[in-house]
Design a protein around this ligand. Structure first.
Ligand code: DON
Length: 316
């Protein structure tokens, strides 16, 4: 795997690069929101950080602000694990365990689809834990290694786990534990919950910067083909399914308003990352750690809203 070639960088010397610089400058004054502290390590984020990156379908990178700050991917990991589960097990098997209906509830809600004995969708914690259960291996180490290989292929460079954040998640993730054991009780997951949770906490603890995440998002924009390496990570069919669920469920209980305002498939995470996909064209990643009451980055939402409006990307 090769990282971005030098000639693939387009910062302030291009129209899009200048646009992103101006966007960071224009929206830096937004100071609303709170940095997440429920996982103690996340509370250490610098609230003034604000980065944006775009990777285009032809593999070019445009970036602005603190785009190179490495932070944990958190819930933005969920669409990629879902794509891998679909790849390994097929639609039918995955749909038997996790549906595609929005919950309208918080991301860590303990609501389950009891009618079908499955989680509602793979973008909330319950569905992501079920998805992780489908991707566990014989050992926790093997599961983590396969997950890291997948994320590295998507980013186009070798990624790693933040061991401190992983430990912090593991020590404080009582609610996720409760969800996993509840699902074991009703037969929604089969493997040993501690092993499933180990994989889930590790996938949330993978370190990415905005360029990594924009490349991962762009892989979804280009029907599963990584734009810099040419690696076909997901099939076009799997990619379409992932984008569908991101569109309806990616922004939690803000998903409806998001689609109304921005109109793009997206996923957010509590570290303050948001990725958005312009199918066929662009992967966008924003990082700013102050979150609104729903758990979405305040500046991140504003970047996506402004970008979609300025470039006429809202096509729904
Ligand atoms: O399950 C958790 O608490 C986190 N590791 C992931 C949560 C997350 O990012 C939800 N996003 N808004």
């Amino acid at each position: 795997m090769r990282p971005f070639a030098d000639d693939a960088f387009h910062a302030g010397n291009s129209v899009l690069g200048r646009y992103l610089d101006a966007l960071v400058a224009a929206l830096s004054g937004i100071d609303a929101g709170e940095v997440a502290t429920y996982i103690p390590q996340l509370g250490r984020a610098d609230p003034s950080d604000f980065g944006i990156a775009i990777v285009t379908a032809d593999g070019r990178l445009y970036r602005a602000g603190t785009w190179d700050r490495a932070v944990t991917i958190q819930s933005v990991s969920k669409p990629f694990m879902y794509g891998q589960a679909l790849t390994e097990l097929g639609r039918e098997r995955v749909l038997a365990s996790v549906g595609v209906e929005p919950t309208g509830e918080r991301f860590n809600s303990i609501v389950l689809d009891e009618q079908h004995n499955r989680a509602f969708n793979p973008m909330v914690n319950s569905g992501a834990i079920v998805t992780a259960s489908l991707l566990t291996r014989a050992t926790a180490e093997a599961g983590a290694a396969d997950m890291l290989d997948l994320f590295s292929r998507l980013a186009g460079r070798r990624l790693d786990i933040d061991a401190e954040v992983f430990r912090s998640e593991d020590e404080t993730g009582h609610r996720n534990r409760a969800i996993a054991w509840l699902m074991l009780n009703s037969g929604m997951i089969e493997p040993e919950p501690d092993m499933v949770l180990d994989l889930y906490f590790r996938q949330c603890s993978v370190l990415v910067n905005c360029a990594d995440l924009a490349a991962m998002a762009c892989t979804l924009a280009t029907l599963g083909r990584q734009p810099m390496t040419g690696d076909q990570v997901f099939s076009p069919e799997v990619t379409r399914d992932v984008l569908s669920v991101m569109t309806t469920c990616g922004m939690y209980d803000y998903a409806g308003q998001w689609l109304y305002d921005v109109g793009l498939p997206a996923k957010s995470g509590v570290s303050g990352m948001i990725m958005a996909v312009v199918p066929g064209q662009i992967g966008l990643a924003v990082y700013s750690p102050k979150l609104d009451a729903v758990g979405n980055s305040v500046r991140g939402i504003e970047v996506c809203r402004t970008f979609a409006r300025d470039f006429g990307l809202h096509t729904c």
